[in-house]
Design a protein around this ligand. Structure first.
Ligand SMILES: NC(=O)c1ccc[n+]([C@@H]2O[C@H](COP(=O)([O-])OP(=O)(O)OC[C@H]3O[C@@H](n4cnc5c(N)ncnc54)[C@H](O)[C@@H]3O)[C@@H](O)[C@H]2O)c1
Length: 355
């Protein structure tokens, strides 16, 4: 284990009101959550555990890396001795567990690695958290555990019917987490969120991939027909959802984090072409699109109800037009935040996905 970027010296923890462990904090969503927690909760110590995989970047955390209430620890959630020691030394009160293998396309070719990190790693973490008597354990799952649907909207009691290895590993991990509630009444909360977009997302995922391709004068590569639709939430809205669940989420409960804003991948490509290439001409737009082989399975839609989290006071606020403009601007300046990021733009094996 190695620690860096912290105002807090190594050794016995100083006194903070809460000590919060965020896993996967150098990745996309969790980096936004950490920045918000560090800035808005100076009396909380925020500990970021990340193994710094290919999609991670500590640049996502530059604005808070020297703050007194932030500490980065490089390590692997699958290393049970290390994780146990971490809970002993850091006296963790709350866990927000984001770390995972997240790229759906990759999950078809590296399925066992997804099972190992997402299922075994989560089991290691929840077991250590339980042993350490943590007061709240939030497991960040996905709408993909429901599988696809054309019209029936999923609520939290809908059955899990995942159709790809990524979604299956997230669903299996949920079962392990849930079992700690069933068996021990260990206070776990599970979230299932729609697709998230915004700054900091590694450009293997569909929105930053299309943006980066277009900004490099390359075509958007669309899986199959491009008629699959996805619901997109802006990063800051999702941060607020996690802070809501952190404060008000009830132990043993599952919360969908969704939005009615939905568009097809083809629509998405066209909209990005309009904004980046500044054209409305259908024929010019077609020149920026390339149709590639579809995934082995590709769910059509994930329609989801989110009344339960609305009941806690959360609603998405950022309009698409505003969120997508900020995202496009960010990638203009920050595409090189990751090592060898050009690889992410290649069509195979790393193709766009919707996680
Ligand atoms: N991005 C989305 O649209 C979306 C939607 C719903 C749910 N989720 C879930 O949210 C979480 C975060 O997603 P993201 O898109 O921000 O992910 P990401 O791929 O950007 O980041 C994942 C982070 O986890 C770290 N990590 C991976 N394996 C690790 C290990 N063994 N030990 C420690 N750290 C490890 C990586 O280094 C990386 O920083 C995931 O659990 C994902 O399933 C994401």
């Amino acid at each position: 284990m190695s620690a860096a970027g912290s105002g807090e010296p190594l050794g016995p923890p100083r006194s903070f009101a809460k000590r919060v462990l965020v896993t996967g904090g150098a990745g996309f969503i969790a980096s936004h959550v950490i920045v918000s927690l560090v800035e808005d909760y100076p009396n909380y110590m925020i500990i970021n555990l990340d193994k710094l995989d290919y999609c991670a970047s500590l640049k996502n955390l530059e604005t808070i890396s020297n703050k007194q209430n932030y500490k980065f620890i490089q390590g692997d959630i699958c290393d049970s001795h290390f994780v146990k020691l971490l809970f002993e030394t850091e006296k963790i009160d709350i866990v927000l567990h984001f770390a995972a293998q997240t790229h759906v396309d990759l999950s078809f070719v590296r399925a066992f690695e997804f099972t190992y990190v997402n299922v075994y790693g989560t089991h290691v973490l929840v077991s250590a958290a339980h042993e350490a008597k943590v007061e709240k354990f939030i497991y960040v799952s996905t709408d993909e555990v429901y599988g696809g649907s054309l019209d029936k909207e999923f609520d939290e009691s809908s059955p899990k019917q995942p159709t790809n290895p990524y979604a299956s590993s997230k669903a299996a991990a949920e079962c392990f987490v849930q079992s700690y509630w069933e068996r021990y009444k260990f206070p776990v909360v599970i979230t299932r969120s729609s697709n998230v977009y915004g700054p900091h997302q590694y450009p293997e995922k569909v929105i930053p991939k299309f943006i980066s391709l277009l900004q490099h004068n390359r075509k958007c590569c669309i899986h199959g027909s491009g008629l699959q639709t996805r619901n997109f939430l802006y990063a800051t809205d999702v941060v607020e959802a996690f802070l809501t669940v952190l404060k008000k989420g009830k132990p043993g409960e599952i919360y969908n984090i969704g939005t009615n804003f939905e568009m097809s991948v083809l629509q998405l490509a066209k909209e990005l072409i309009q904004l980046i290439k500044e054209t409305n001409s259908e024929s010019e737009m077609e020149n920026w699109v390339d149709y590639v082989n579809d995934r082995p399975t590709n769910d059509m839609r994930y329609p989801m109800k989110s009344e339960k989290i609305h009941g806690l006071g959360w609603r998405p606020k950022v309009p698409w037009e505003e969120g997508i403009k900020k995202t496009i601007e960010w990638y203009r300046e920050n595409f090189h935040n990751w090592k060898n990021v050009e690889k992410a733009l290649e069509p195979f094996p790393v193709q766009p996905s919707f996680v």
